[in-house]
Design a protein around this ligand. Structure first.
Ligand SMILES: [Zn+2]
Ligand SMILES: [Zn+2]
Length: 327
């Protein structure tokens, strides 16, 4: 734990605090800082860049052509379901083995040193990880696949506006860069909705069984939450996209749910952080509930007063907010 007298208590590792909104939306606007943030967020290596590469590889090697997806048939639908299953197990399962089973990084850069719960009657099979695996694979991968099937079927039949590289290369690249910003915006709003008490009690509480989180926590959601969550891709009924953007859009939502819930700030290579993974912003949401519904990329939490920057002062403000709500 940090020796700083004002450090937030109860955390094992804290990133540089206070957390700040992305410079893209900070005032006064500093273009150089914003450009540096954008470049640092992608290069030299980032999960975003890896995901774009995975989307292109998927399109090249394991995507049925549009002539095939024009007709709904179990042959190709099962293929897409299987490939999503493999991706989800590889990413969430791989991170879980690396960080939690084999403990390759020990507790270094781990926000919360407590182990995941192996016992608890609130969990299916009485175990946090097994419960999470069940909801992720049974519901998450199936609904992700359902949206993918819907989008390709619609695209093949000419019902979606199609974007081609040759016609608009700038928009083609820009869509990859805009996706994380859209994700931050969209996720904030559906997440706020899910914290509306009637929906929270019936739906979102399932995700919040994870007070301390691991890679399998990210996609552990009620099926109705999966429906809302992956509904993000429906934007391409309006915003033109190429098949690779559709693949990337859904893979991004599915797989960064696993990486962002890793519980570790970064993957270390030879003792140095090399690949940023978890995010303390959302980790605090799991422990404190009434804060950080979105992410720092689009600072809606700052605008609507729910931002927790990881400092003791922010904690006190949150406690006051809670008290006001109780009155
Ligand atoms: Zn929540
Ligand atoms: Zn979460």
């Amino acid at each position: 734990m940090s020796d700083e007298p004002k450090a937030l208590r109860g955390w094992h590792y804290l990133p540089a605090l206070p957390l700040r909104a992305a410079p893209l939306f900070r005032w006064p606007f500093k273009p150089v800082e914003a450009l540096k943030w954008l470049i640092d967020g992608w290069l030299p290596i980032s999960e975003k860049l890896v995901l774009v590469a995975i989307a292109f590889a998927t399109l090249a090697w394991v995507q049925p052509p549009l002539e095939v997806t024009a007709t709904l048939s179990p042959d190709w639908i099962i293929g897409i379901w299987l490939r999503n299953m493999v991706l989800m197990i590889a990413v969430a399962g791989g991170l879980h083995l690396y960080f939690y089973r084999w403990r390759k990084q020990g507790d270094e850069l781990k926000f919360d040193a407590r182990p995941l719960k192996t016992r608890g009657s609130q969990f299916k099979f009485g175990d946090q990880v097994k419960d999470n695996i069940f909801w992720t694979l049974a519901s998450g991968v199936s609904i992700w696949t359902g949206y993918e099937v819907l989008m390709f079927w619609a695209m093949s039949n000419g019902w979606l506006p199609m974007l081609k590289w040759a016609e608009n290369p700038i928009l083609f690249v820009a869509l990859f860069l805009l996706l994380p910003l859209w994700e931050s915006f969209y996720f904030y709003w559906i997440h706020r909705l899910l914290h509306w008490p009637p929906l929270y009690k019936r739906i979102h509480i399932l995700h919040h069984r994870n007070v301390n989180i691991g890679p399998w926590s990210g996609m552990s959601m009620h099926p109705l939450e999966h429906l809302l969550y992956f509904g993000t891709v429906l934007i391409h009924w309006v915003v033109p996209a190429h098949p690779v953007h559709i693949i990337n859009h859904l893979q991004y939502y599915a797989l960064t749910a696993a990486t962002s819930h890793t519980g570790f700030d970064a993957l270390q290579v030879k003792g140095r952080p090399r690949l940023h993974l978890g995010n303390f912003h959302h980790q605090m949401h799991h422990r404190y509930f009434e804060c950080n519904y979105g992410s720092p990329a689009v600072p809606l939490d700052n605008i609507f007063g729910s931002f927790h920057d990881g400092t003791v002062e922010a904690n006190e403000r949150m406690a006051e907010r809670r008290e006001r709500m109780m009155v």
